[in-house]
Design a protein around this ligand. Sequence first.
Ligand code: AHG
Ligand code: MN
Ligand code: MN
Length: 334
Amino acid sequence: MSRKNQTLGEFIIENQSSFKYTSGELSRLINSIRLAAKVVNHEVNKAGLVDIIGAAGDTNVQGEDQQKLDVYANTKFIQTMTKRNIVCGIASEEEDDFISINSQDENHQNKYVVLIDPLDGSSNIDVNVSVGTIFSIYRRVTPVGTPVTIDDFLQKGNQQVAAGYIIYGTSTMIVYTTGDGVNGFTLNPAIGTFYLSHPDMQFPKDGKIYSVNEGNYIHFPQGIKNYIKYCQMEEGDRPYTSRYIGSLVSDFHRNMIKGGIYMYPKSSKNSNGKLRLLYECNPMAFIAEQANGKASDGFNRIMDIEPTELHQRVPFICGSKNMVEKAEEFMRNA
Ligand code: AHG
Ligand code: MN
Ligand code: MN
């Protein structure tokens, strides 16, 4: 039984037995993500100090090379999972190709692959606005004991075993699902422990917030233009409020708590939108659906899309169910 103030460590142990494929492997994997999250959090929190600490040159006080935070986050998450020997493969937004992990002593016995956007919203780092990390976990489809192949990564979102995000915001949180609802844990930075602060998170069925980069308006499909006008119309509980942080994780998190819709449609500039199916859309779609929300490309369920390449982009509409359905209606009728 989950209860408020339980630590994430306790929660993982208690819920391990309710997970149908349980062997402890998934729990260890989520534990390692928790650990990497704390390390990255520490670095994100002092982002504004980087120039000061690194003023002597390109090295910091420990003599390490200064790195951009997205490269740093990428390295930390990959290192943590690789060194603990708990996954057989990793694909990252920051890497051209997937990484195959050869656990020599165990002869590739691990069955999970992880796909990750190590630092989401990276344009917000320099201006002290919240950023995030997004992860997605699948069981491999190729036989255990052999090197992973591209097929292990190009799985539909509906095959996800777990997905989550970390938000480095006014407080740092991990929000994740293993297919049995969504729970949120807040970091107490004084002692470095995550506590269950948001049990069983749910999108309100309706909302009043719409989140879209309206600077691209003239390039949007007609259906999205019409829906935006609908959001702005004076009628019933409208006009809605517009909120756009520019970090998917942060916009999604706010909308899940308050009720809202996030849209990154295709445009005449980006024919498939901007967001990446495997690192961003599928994990957020899994969380959304587990929280009674919805995720669509405007016409189809995100998690039913057959991926064809690692860095594939798709239009993304996600949030409160009734709002997403309304946007889809506008797309159909345009
Ligand atoms: P990333 O930092 O991982 O490249 O992702 C940024 C994404 C997403 O988080 C955000 O909502 C969107 O890009 C913002 O894009 P625009 O600046 O085009 O609105
Ligand atoms: Mn991103
Ligand atoms: Mn990123």
